[in-house]
Ligand binder design. Structure first.
Ligand SMILES: [Zn+2]
Length: 737
């Protein structure tokens, strides 16, 4: 899944916290100039950097563009949606390559609740005299793969079945603000079919907003403004979405909990007793109203016939007429027949046992299932992971064994709701309690721009990795990353200041981890430090039939040079983390980030509650203590003690100390006190979520707020919970002294 950052950036949409971008004056200095990949370098956490660099250079020599191309061709041979025979074939393919590289490999099954579409249709029923039957088949001139009968018709995973008919209302992106705007315009969406465009927030959030506002059904479409012709030529002339291209996708409420919607917190192993599953009708992760995705070719006649007031100017997309909000007079009839069942999915798990700390798993994963061919999403990531595995295999052949265990994972059913990764991690929660890191890659390559998101403690680790790897554009990945960061240095319009870490020391933009990919369970449920990487460019075929081998080789990475780069970065993260003498986290950086989040949240609370704002003093004191303890332990780490076992154990416990045992309010599956997917954004991270959502919730409760009757108890509770977590984390760090 995973939405491409560059698209959002390039469009200059209101990002309101889509992800945090860190820039500061340090960007002007250029610490990388002398640190080319061949220049002598010391690596944080290693007593003998030169031995490590020698080993790494043997690894870095392995990944080849030709091999990545061969893998991608094989992976994209057929559509391979989760649970299908073609998906199983890709699991066998990946398993064989893991085995060939010398990884101990197993295919692990789960039984999970998922739907395939049996029938999806949309008819315009009024005004009379015009007939339109959607969906139009996805079709362009000159794509060799578009006629395969196995291409699944566009549908929304996790939507219920249903027949609904009603007047249409246009609701822009379907954000809470958009629905507020409709209410101000006195447009009632109750019983209506709400038409919304993709972009800005996760599609499940759009459906939830519509459901909460009483809509009868939802139509989602891709406006040419967002990833079509406004941005450049359409596929196959260019990389942007063609008229009939549809974005499939899950509308499951993953911000409640991801994974199998019937087993929050427990693994859907094949023999799980039915009594331990939540009946689907009671799952809070499943929407109640039907929804379907369509192309702009099919949205066109509906939007064109809407009357009622003109839409606000910023709601206007790129179709050649003025968008009105309705309701009606155009009416539509949606007919959805979903085939829901418990279906088998297959994760491929390949392991290299560690020589010194076999119980500490460094996990690196990428999903394998795709809506259709999935060349970029996720095949480009899988091809790079397979080349990284081959690189590890070469080291193994030469007698290398990592100190810690390395686990490579090819997840299934990510597209339906991060299912494969979530079920596996729930099953292995005990072992993962001392996992040093989870390294994610989803869409590996859509273009030349390296991008990353990470917990603050791994930002410097990522920067060091990027300095060790050459870029196809010349010099290092790091220097190119920095340059690209400067080019786009007009900061995107971030509404929530809490998403900017002005205190960050990294001179490259690194995002926060929200959700929308497989790191969610590791970081947000179990407290495993995580990163997520990709190489991005213009990408208008997301989740359509056209994300295929032809699109990829024409527009994303014709030479597979960025595939090679991503294989190197992905593999090097695992090698370095597994072999470090002292674990290379930077908890001072983490503390600074938290202080900046608190500052922004307090400002927001002051603006909402004025003099009634509860005191943030204890939370600040705890964050300062954590930051200080982070500075102190950095000195212990830099001293590289002879016997680092105790220090490493302390470092491993720190991220876990940031978990809140009872979870976040209303969503107990999410335990992390610093990062969660936003309940109103879905993909984007909300930082210190308990606190920010307590403030937002009161803001949303307009009646109470306008009367000045703030319910500040939830905010007080969340400030106390964060204070406890930060104090605990600081104590853990201080125990190393
Ligand atoms: Zn994906």
């Amino acid at each position: 899944m995973k939405i491409a950052f560059t698209i959002l950036l390039a469009f200059g949409l209101s990002l309101s916290g889509i992800f945090a971008v860190f820039r500061n004056a340090l960007g002007a200095t250029n610490p990388a100039r002398s640190a080319g990949p061949s220049a002598p370098q010391t690596i944080t956490g290693f007593r003998n950097s030169s031995a490590e660099l020698a080993l790494e250079s043997r690894f870095l020599a392995v990944p080849s563009p030709q091999k990545a191309k061969e893998y991608l061709r094989a992976l994209t041979k057929a559509p391979h949606m989760a649970g299908t025979p073609e998906d199983r074939a890709t699991a066998d393919y990946v398993a064989n390559l893991f085995r060939a590289a010398g990884l101990q490999t197993q295919i692990e099954e789960y039984k999970v609740w998922m739907n395939y579409p049996r029938e999806v249709s949309l008819d315009i029923t009024a005004p009379g005299g015009f007939h339109s039957h959607a969906p139009t088949r996805e079709r362009v001139e000159g794509d060799p793969y578009q006629n395969d009968p196995r291409i699944v018709m566009p549908f929304n995973s996790m939507s219920p079945s249903g027949d609904v008919e009603g007047e249409v209302v246009y609701a822009n992106y379907g954000t809470p603000d958009d629905f507020k705007k409709l209410a101000e315009m006195k447009i009632d969406v109750r019983g209506k079919i709400v038409l919304m465009r993709y972009g800005q927030n996760f599609r499940g959030v759009k459906v939830l907003d519509a459901q909460n506002n009483g809509a009868a059904g939802v139509i989602l479409y891709s406006d040419p403004y967002d990833d079509g012709w406004r941005n450049g030529d359409k596929y196959p002339q260019g990389p942007w979405r063609p008229d009939t291209g549809v974005q499939r996708g899950s509308v499951g409420f993953m911000f409640e909990f991801p994974g199998d919607p019937t087993t929050p917190g427990i693994a859907s192993v094949p023999d799980l007793p039915q009594a331990q599953r939540t009946p689907p009708s009671r799952s809070v992760a499943l929407p109640k109203i039907p929804s379907m995705p369509i192309s702009y070719a099919d949205a066109w006649p509906i939007l064109e016939r809407l009357a009622g007031p003109d839409s606000p100017r910023e709601w206007q997309g790129s179709l050649p007429f003025t968008y009105h909000v309705g309701p009606g007079p155009v009416r539509v009839k949606m007919r959805l027949r979903q085939d829901y069942a418990y279906r088998t999915i297959w994760n491929v798990i390949g392991r290299i046992d560690g020589s010194e700390y076999p119980d500490e798993w460094v996990v690196a994963g990428n999903h394998r299932d795709a809506w259709v061919y999935g060349a970029a999403d996720p095949g480009s990531g899988t091809a790079a992971m397979l080349e990284a595995a081959r690189g590890l295999g070469e080291l193994l052949k030469n007698g290398w064994r990592p100190k810690r265990t390395i686990v490579f994972a090819s997840w299934d059913a990510e597209e339906e709701g991060l299912i494969g990764s979530t079920e596996w991690a729930e099953q292995h929660a005990h072992e993962l309690a001392h996992a040093p890191a989870y390294f994610n890659m989803d869409v590996g390559v859509t273009g030349p721009n390296f991008e990353a998101s990470s917990v603050p403690s791994l930002r410097t680790f990522l920067v060091e990795i990027s300095k060790s790897i050459s870029s196809p554009k010349g010099s290092t990945v790091y220097e190119q990353w920095q340059k690209a960061g400067r080019r786009s240095s007009e900061p995107p319009p971030l509404r929530n200041a809490e998403n900017q870490d002005s205190a960050s020391k990294t001179p490259v933009p690194i995002g926060n981890l929200g959700s929308g990919s497989d790191y969610s369970v590791f970081l947000q449920h179990l407290g495993v430090p995580a990163t997520d990487i990709s190489s991005s460019g213009p990408y208008g075929v997301y989740h359509s039939a056209f994300d295929d081998f032809q699109w990829f080789t024409k527009f994303a990475d014709p030479d597979f040079a960025y595939e090679q780069e991503m294989a190197r970065i992905f593999g090097l993260q695992a090698i370095r983390m597994a072999d470090a003498d002292v674990l290379p986290y930077n908890y001072a950086e983490y503390g600074k980030a938290i202080l900046s989040y608190l500052k922004a949240a307090q400002k927001k609370a002051d603006a909402s509650f004025g003099a009634q704002t509860p005191s943030f003093a204890d939370a600040f004191a705890a964050a300062n203590r954590f930051e200080q303890a982070g500075e102190e332990i950095l000195e212990c780490q830099a001293a590289l003690p002879r016997n680092p076992a105790a220090l490493n154990a302390t470092l491993l416990s720190t991220e876990r100390a940031l978990l809140i045992a009872q979870g976040l309010p209303h969503r107990p599956w999410f335990h992390h006190s610093i990062y969660a997917p936003g309940e109103y954004t879905g993909y984007a991270a909300v930082v210190i979520p308990g606190i920010n959502e307590a403030i937002d919730e009161d803001e949303n409760d307009r009646l109470g707020a306008t009367k000045g009757n703030h319910d500040l108890a939830p905010l007080r509770q969340q400030l106390a919970a964060l204070t406890t977590a930060l104090t605990h984390a600081a104590e853990v760090l201080q125990s190393a002294r």
